[in-house]
Ligand binder design. Structure first.
Ligand code: GAP
Length: 434
């Protein structure tokens, strides 16, 4: 299996992910997505949106603000409950999350630890020019609450009937005690969340439905089945709002770890918001003529963790023959940052002209690259390493019969295709049928 160091090195070398503020020595656990990283991240978000909003009649989207009325966090329980137990090593002064320790001593130097105390993970700041208690606001630790507080707005304006969901993608912030493992656990990250509102009593059915839907999404996008598993939370692990929760776990280099959580949040959040806001957040059921607070099933995925899992799953160091090897990312074409690369076989005017024409046409549809420098073999390998699924080469035959070769990244096999057939050829292979 690939190591995290190899992934970090590839990400930096090829422009996927850089350390934040690197020229100033960086900032712990903060990362910047480079030109290829941002494309890949956008692809993941678009594919999630497509499967969960565009293709579903029962889910609509939302983009709520990161800063919210602080009452939201009182009602949601985050101010009182969203905390991890923390302790410091008396010898080396390192700080640890107590619930992640095997034994109650410093894992680094074996030193004695201070008594554990609870540490709230929410980032605090001030709104406006006066920095006093009345100006305190928080950076949201989950996108979910923006959905709950808009439940009535969305339900009424979109005239939705239960069951229906609201989906949102956006940044969340947690002052994690022990961030690490590259982009796996950071203090600023992006979530893709759905709050799916259902009639109480049907919640267990919908919980199963969403577990199945979400695991299939990863399979469809090429994650190997043996690297995914579903793990149910024990009662002692459940978040303060959940009746049941399962994690979809991925086999990361540091071991099985959470990729996505799918929780049954019951009517906890809407009940709390109704109580704290004084607004009526019930739903009127036309069929039973009753008013009630819906239950909620919540599939909650991390964009950054998904991207990391896709990269790790796709990575291969391939020995081709005795002194020939390549690094190749077998990314699903829909996830690959660059869909195709166009090459003139040689830097000859008539080949360059034709290759540029093809490139200019393709870039209206996808992110594509044009490359004329170095041997064709080297150019293919450069694309293999960033996961570009198709290499399109213009050669002398192109000038005679308008055909090009299309090289498949995984098999390295080439087929000859008429120029007019390039777009349908790529389209068929890039599109995902969810
Ligand atoms: N609204 C429910 C919720 O936020 P969570 O299990 O705390 O649940 C959901 O987070 C997902 O968000 C996780 O499965 C993970 O993918 C991502 N996530 C959470 N904390 C993260 C962090 N510190 N860094 C990166 N991703 C994180």
């Amino acid at each position: 299996m690939v190591t995290m160091d190899e992934i970090v090195a590839l990400c930096k070398r090829r422009g996927f992910i850089f350390q934040s503020s690197e020229i100033y020595g960086g900032l712990n656990s903060c990362w910047d997505y480079g030109p290829l990283g941002v494309e890949m991240k956008n692809n993941i978000k678009r594919l999630w949106w497509k499967a969960n909003v565009q293709l579903r009649d029962d889910v609509v989207g939302l983009d709520s603000s990161i800063l919210m009325n602080p009452k939201v966090w009182e009602a949601s329980g985050h101010l009182s409950n969203f905390a991890d137990p923390m302790a410091d090593c008396k010898v080396c002064k390192k700080r640890w999350r107590v619930d992640q320790l095997q034994e109650y001593k410093c894992p680094e130097c074996g030193g004695e630890l201070t008594e554990a105390r609870m540490f709230n993970l929410m980032f605090k700041t001030f709104m406006g020019p006066v920095e006093d208690e009345s100006a305190v606001v928080y950076l949201r630790p989950e996108t979910a609450q923006g959905i709950f507080v808009n439940f009535v707005n969305v339900q009424q304006t979109m005239r939705k009937k239960l069951p229906f969901g609201i989906a949102q993608i956006g940044k969340s912030f947690r002052n994690e005690i022990t961030p690490g493992n590259f982009i796996f656990r950071t203090r600023e990250f992006e979530q893709m969340e759905i709050e799916y509102f259902v009639k109480p009593g049907t919640d267990e059915y919908w919980h199963k439905h969403w577990i199945e839907q979400r695991i299939n999404w990863y399979y469809k996008l090429g994650i190997r089945k043996e690297n995914l598993r579903v793990r149910e939370h024990g009662k002692d692990e459940l978040a303060h709002y959940a009746k049941a929760c399962v994690d979809i776990e991925y086999l990361f280099p540091m071991g099985w770890s959470e990729l996505e959580g799918i929780a049954n949040r019951t009517d906890f959040d809407l009940t709390q918001h109704q109580k704290y806001s004084g607004e009526n957040l019930t739903y009127f059921d036309d069929e039973t003529k009753q008013r009630y607070i819906p239950y909620v099933i919540e599939p909650s995925a991390g964009v950054d963790r998904s991207l990391l899992a896709f990269l790790i799953d796709a990575y291969e160091y391939q020995q081709i023959d005795k002194d020939d090897f390549r690094v190749v990312l077998h990314l699903h074409p829909a996830i690959a940052p660059v869909k195709a690369a166009v090459f003139p076989l040689m830097k000859k005017e008539e080949l360059v002209k034709k290759a540029r024409e093809i490139y200019n046409e393709l870039k209206y549809k996808w992110i594509v690259q044009y490359d004329e420098s170095g041997s064709i073999g080297k150019r293919y390998r450069r694309q293999d390493e960033i996961g570009t699924p198709f290499g399109i080469t213009v050669d002398y035959q192109t000038l005679e019969d308008e055909t090009v070769t299309i090289r498949d990244r995984d098999t390295m096999e080439q087929v000859r295709v008429h120029i007019k057939e390039i777009i349908p050829y790529l389209e068929e292979r890039i599109e995902v049928k969810f």
